[in-house]
Design a protein around this ligand. Structure first.
Ligand code: SDX
Length: 388
């Protein structure tokens, strides 16, 4: 039942391609990684397990998963010299810019390897969370916290984010579990803007880190992964405006105003984004479990209810997407909004890597070279300066 997008004129001219990684049915709200429904994976799997599934195509057995996790733990530290790069960034530098720069800089430390040598895949998956946590620590002027060998992928990241050298910090299990679910839900999503960017750069056989760094740049846009930070800013703006979300729903419908309801709409999902459905429930649970009363969650629910009953949104099939509730969860976990898109990138890494490998290991792949419809002037003769 998978819709295979047929190639019109060969890969690279139309931008469409075949892929065996993720299946989406936008009308029915179906999302599957290598055939497994996202709902089952988010409920039962771990992020390293899903990373393995996306990258290698099969769920790992116990031995494969423990070796993979051991590798991810062992390679979590970044080269001590790479830490010096952070001294050049301003404290106000956006962590997505830092992440993109630091991932690109990894190509100055690690050699380009053959597509079947996964050492750089392990290095990137293992070190990206360390770079992300260091970007946060840099922004608040706190010392970097080294990764630990005794913690899981998610607990290690949260420990590097929130621990201090002066006290012990035990990662609350509910936070690590919530992060695990969030990263799984973001892990891949077919040919979205950032994944297509990774494939575009990979198609020229540029190095692995350059391809992923380009994807990070694409994801940072507010119409794409940057939307989760914009959703929180929008909800805070509504809160400061007395919680009058009707005003903002009407503003979003006003053609003369470029304001959009951030976290709403999707190019592919035309009923509901299965990830948003899952995240809405999870946000409720995590906030109840942690005893948080977040007024922004109530504003988000009110906004969703009004928009879903308004014909402007119904006509245009605009529903909450993955970014609408993820920010509320990250905020409940104590992660600042400037880090939300970095969290999206950490989740999307295995997806980008899987697509990079799929393209680079395809003997038939060619450089991606879309064509255009030319709309400029017809041929004309050069005009010397004294006649202009
Ligand atoms: C992600 O591709 C992926 O898979 C992406 C992603 C992934 O996992 O990689 O799912 C992650 O990027 C999710 C999307 C996050 N972005 C936002 O939440 C930003 C707000 N949403 C929109 O800007 C928009 O809905 C997009 C970018 C998501 C989709 O854009 P499209 O498909 O190009 O739709 P469009 O801009 O052509 O809009 C169609 C109509 C327009 O109205 P009309 O001109 O027909 O009258 O719907 C309107 C738009 O004005 N519209 C909105 C709206 N989104 C679209 N109106 C108000 N609020 C909105 N959010």
């Amino acid at each position: 039942d998978a819709d295979i997008i047929t190639l019109d004129s060969g890969y690279g001219n139309t931008g469409s391609c075949e892929s065996a990684i993720t299946f989406i049915n936008g009308e029915e709200g179906i999302l599957r990684y290598r055939g497994y429904p996202i709902e089952q994976l988010a409920e039962s799997a771990t992020f390293p397990e899903i990373s393995y599934l996306l990258i290698y195509g099969e769920l790992p057995n116990l031995e494969q998963l423990s070796n993979f996790r051991q590798q991810l733990t062992f390679h979590s530290m970044i080269h001590e010299d790479m830490k010096k790069f952070f001294e050049g960034f301003r404290p106000s530098a956006h962590p997505m810019a830092i992440l993109s720069a630091m991932v690109a800089s990894m190509s100055t430390y690690y050699p380009e390897l053959a597509e079947d040598d996964d050492m750089n895949v392990i290095r990137l998956l293992a070190k990206a969370k360390t770079i992300a946590a260091y970007a946060y620590k840099k922004s608040i002027g706190q010392p970097f916290i080294y990764p630990r060998d005794d913690l899981s992928y998610c607990a290690n990241f949260l420990h590097m984010m929130f621990a201090m050298p002066t006290t012990t910090y035990d990662v609350p299990p509910e936070l690590a579990n919530a992060l695990n679910m969030l990263l799984i839900l973001h892990a891949d999503h077919e040919q979205n803007c950032s994944t297509s960017t990774v494939r575009m750069v990979a198609s020229s056989q540029a190095n692995f880190f350059a391809s992923i760094s380009a994807g990070i740049g694409a994801l940072s846009g507010p119409l794409h992964g940057g939307a989760n930070q914009k959703v929180l800013e929008m909800l805070e703006m509504i809160q400061q405006d007395g919680g009058d979300y009707m005003k903002y729903v009407n503003l979003a419908k006003d053609k003369d105003d470029e304001f959009r309801l951030m976290g709403f709409g999707h190019r592919v999902y035309k009923n509901f984004d299965p990830r948003a459905t899952f995240l809405r429930k999870a946000a409720d649970n995590v906030i109840k479990t942690m005893g948080i009363d977040d007024p922004l969650l109530n504003i988000a629910k009110g906004l969703e209810e009004v928009a879903l009953s308004d014909e402007y949104f119904i006509e245009r099939k605009l529903y909450p997407n993955v970014d609408f509730y993820s920010g509320i969860l990250y905020r409940a976990m104590g992660i600042p909004s400037a880090m939300f898109t970095v969290m999206f990138a950490l989740g999307r890494l295995p997806g980008w890597i899987a697509h990079w490998k799929e393209l680079r290991q395809d003997p038939g792949s060619r450089i991606n070279r879309p064509r255009q419809v030319y709309t400029g002037p017809n041929e004309r003769t050069y005009v010397p300066m004294d006649q202009r």
